[in-house]
Design a protein around this ligand. Structure first.
Ligand SMILES: Cc1cc2nc3c(=O)[nH]c(=O)nc-3n(C[C@H](O)[C@H](O)[C@H](O)COP(=O)(O)OP(=O)(O)OC[C@H]3O[C@@H](n4cnc5c(N)ncnc54)[C@H](O)[C@@H]3O)c2cc1C
Length: 501
């Protein structure tokens, strides 16, 4: 108990406390600090805060429990979305990491599962070959295959101010361009693996509130506290907690982010009986952003319409028949032509010896209806963390990078992070590195940056190029698109990148 008789004595006693290494802060001390008449020099405040943050005397900054009462795991994954849950499944199925105790913390209530006989969902992803290989390697692909998905055999991308277009076909690559899979089905497949894994525990309604990493303390462990006050420690904390990642914020890495002031409007569409086998993905660049149709079944497609916030809100509220009219118009409407760009595209086709019909825009099947309550909007933006790792922590998925959905790459990059991280951790464990060793985790970061940065810059560049109808830019992008269409080696290079090969 602190005894104080005068203001001077109070100050003296407090200063003594602050310089005494073995001093533990009792509740009285904290109360004492609140006495306004005690003016502390700024330096002492810093010493005091670092003592309060230190666990040396059994007083935690994360919760009030001591080290020993915190549940400890080798690896904690913060965020059980598509990427976090896939990571948990991949860790559990890696033989070198099979003895590691893993905890998956998800802020939302328990996942309710997926009904393959139920209505199609509005959140779907174009999944590339690499991601499918990952699902196969963790034995989750058979679950998806047994349910439902749609292979994309062909893709056409074209722009509205000229006839410039690019077409990709599955025959050129001896595999499908992509597979369209509902997000909840992917989650269901990887969740089933995690539930069966003896070394992985899942906790739902477990929202991470604050994190403390080894860089801030003398402890070798990463620690975290949930909103409900529970505390945990681990050797490696992995942030898979999406674009607003709490883990990333605590890592203190620089982040480059842009709000595109655009929304992605999604919906499930009925194409009627005329869609034939509906295996083509369509994307048209409009002045307000790209509108894309992704095949789901012979007569259903999924919509991703990126547009201004204002138009997205308006489209979401339109009566179904008016919405369908607006959508059909978006795919067919003639926008003001940029004559010079049009002529340049024709000249380019002639130069390559192609006649007009060979490179004529094909139009998607007419949309007949929109499924009730399937329309939803999502804000679009760009984000990249300057570093994906630090001592005791690593980032995966949207926590590290977020991109525009126009190339269908976001979650595919997240799945490739999963592959690289599991490979890195397994190699490190084999070689005797600690799980949270930054020197080793850096290898994971290097691989990811090499893969992710060019794709992110490319997608951001496309978004920027197609956000204007300034004639010189239209000319430049139309020629670029048509040149790519006419030069198979370049086209294949792009396509291989998009397919994750
Ligand atoms: C309209 C649209 C279409 C898209 N289409 C495609 C596509 O075709 N192909 C493609 O590859 N990508 C696509 N994407 C991108 C893709 O959806 C994302 O990249 C992907 O969902 C990111 O997954 P994630 O698990 O990293 O993050 P998230 O999906 O954001 O998951 C994060 C998880 O962490 C949890 N969480 C958050 N904070 C906390 C906390 N503090 N404590 C505990 N848990 C927490 C959340 O509840 C959530 O479950 C699209 C995106 C949009 C918006």
């Amino acid at each position: 108990m602190l005894k104080v008789s005068s203001l001077t004595a109070r100050r003296k006693e407090l200063n003594n406390c602050l310089t005494n290494e073995n001093f533990a802060f009792p509740a009285e001390m904290l109360a004492f600090l609140r006495i306004r008449s005690v003016a502390l020099p700024a330096g002492n405040i810093r010493v005091l805060s670092s003592k309060l943050l230190s666990t040396k005397n059994g007083t935690d900054s994360i919760g009030s429990r001591s080290e020993s009462t915190k549940a400890h795991y080798d690896i904690i994954i913060g965020g059980g979305g598509l990427v976090g849950t896939t990571l948990a499944a991949a860790l559990s199925s890696n033989p070198t990491l099979a003895d590691k105790k893993v905890l998956l913390l998800e802020g939302a209530p328990e996942f309710k599962g997926f009904d393959p006989a139920g209505p199609y969902q509005n959140r779907v992803s174009a999944i590339n070959k690499n991601s499918i290989e990952l699902f196969k390697s963790i034995d989750a692909w058979s679950h998806i295959e047994a349910a439902r998905y749609k292979p994309v055999k062909q893709m056409q991308v074209w722009e509205s101010n000229t006839d410039a277009l690019i077409q990709f076909q599955h025959d050129n690559f001896a595999s499908d361009v992509a597979c369209i899979i509902e997000n909840d089905l992917i989650l269901d497949a990887v969740y089933a693996k995690v539930k069966d894994a003896p070394n992985v525990e899942i906790q739902n309604k477990a929202r991470i509130q604050c994190v403390r990493l080894p860089k801030d303390s003398q402890s070798q462990l990463s620690e975290l506290e949930l909103q409900d006050g529970r505390t945990f420690s681990c050797d490696l904390l992995i942030g898979a907690d999406g674009a607003n990642s709490v883990v990333r914020k605590e890592m203190g890495v620089d982040v480059f982010s842009l709000n595109y002031e655009r929304m992605g409007l999604v919906a499930t569409l009925d194409l009627g009986d005329d869609a034939c086998d509906n295996s083509v993905a369509w994307q048209r660049f409009l002045p307000t952003g790209p509108v894309a149709l992704l095949p789901l079944t012979d007569r259903l497609s999924s919509l991703v319409w990126s547009t201004t916030n204002e138009q997205a809100k308006k489209l979401q509220c339109l009566p179904p028949n008016e919405f369908v009219d607006a959508l059909n118009e978006a795919f067919c409407r003639q926008y003001p032509r940029v004559e010079l760009a049009d002529k340049a595209v024709q000249a380019l086709n002639t130069f390559f010896g192609h006649n007009a019909t060979q490179h004529q825009v094909q139009y998607p099947p007419k949309v007949c209806g929109v499924k009730e309550k399937s329309r939803a909007t999502f804000p679009l933006g760009f984000l990249h963390a300057s570093s994906y790792v630090c001592s005791g922590a690593a980032l995966v998925g949207d926590a590290a990078h977020r991109i525009h959905p126009l190339a269908g790459q976001g979650v595919n990059l997240g799945f490739s992070d999963v592959r690289y991280l599991v490979e890195c951790l397994a190699a490190g464990a084999y070689a005797g590195f600690k799980l949270g060793d930054k020197q080793h985790l850096i290898k994971y970061e290097r691989k990811c940056l090499k893969k992710n940065v060019p794709i992110m810059l490319g997608v951001h560049g496309l978004h920027t190029l197609y956000s204007t109808d300034f004639s010189p830019v239209v000319l430049f992008r139309s020629l670029g698109l048509q040149l790519t269409q006419n030069l198979p080696p370049i086209k294949n290079l792009f396509m291989r990148g998009a397919m994750g090969q």
